[in-house]
Design a protein around this ligand. Structure first.
Ligand code: RP5
Length: 156
């Protein structure tokens, strides 16, 4: 993937979130979607986050995937900084095992949408597939890959 210009930016609130995102990276790779990742906390590094979003848009990132645990402000703050689609992944960190992050990410104010996926390993996988479905609207090759994936699912 590194050779292609990234279309998707994966932003996580902490390095500790990365171990929960293995399915995301695997699926993005298997769908042939070029991506890059950054660790940027909305609470601890708001200025850096803002600068990165500007830079990412300028270099052609079309869609953001943001993963965070605990009060999980990252996906929502990201959605306030860009008009590109943002997919949020709640990370099962802390004593509430991700329920806090899930509720924080899904309960966005009107007009600032974050498409939130579920907890567990299906969440990161679905984040990749949702990103692929959005990007496939303008990418016939990706659309074919998604159809092939669907056909393989159907044939069991
Ligand atoms: C959130 O707090 C991060 O997204 C992470 O899930 C959680 C714990 O972060 P660390 O204390 O491991 O940096 O901001």
């Amino acid at each position: 993937m590194a050779a292609d210009k990234p279309l998707v930016a994966v932003v996580m609130g902490s390095k500790s979130d990365e171990e929960h995102l293995k399915n995301l990276f695997l699926q993005l790779d298997s769908l042939g979607i070029p991506w890059e990742k950054r660790v940027l906390s909305a609470h601890r590094q708001p200025k850096k986050l803002s600068a990165y979003v500007k830079d990412a848009e300028q270099k052609g990132i079309l869609l953001f995937i943001a993963a965070a645990g605990l009060s999980a402000a990252l996906p929502g703050v990201l959605a306030s900084l860009t008009l590109r689609p943002v997919i949020g992944i709640p990370v099962p960190a802390g004593p509430l095992q991700g329920v806090d992050a899930l509720l924080a990410i899904v309960q966005m104010p009107g007009g600032v949408p974050v498409a939130t996926v579920g907890l567990g390993s299906n969440g990161p996988q679905n984040a990749a597939h949702l990103a692929a479905r959005i990007l496939a609207l303008g990418d016939e090759a990706l659309s074919i890959k998604l159809r092939e994936f669907r056909d393989a699912q159907e044939s069991g």
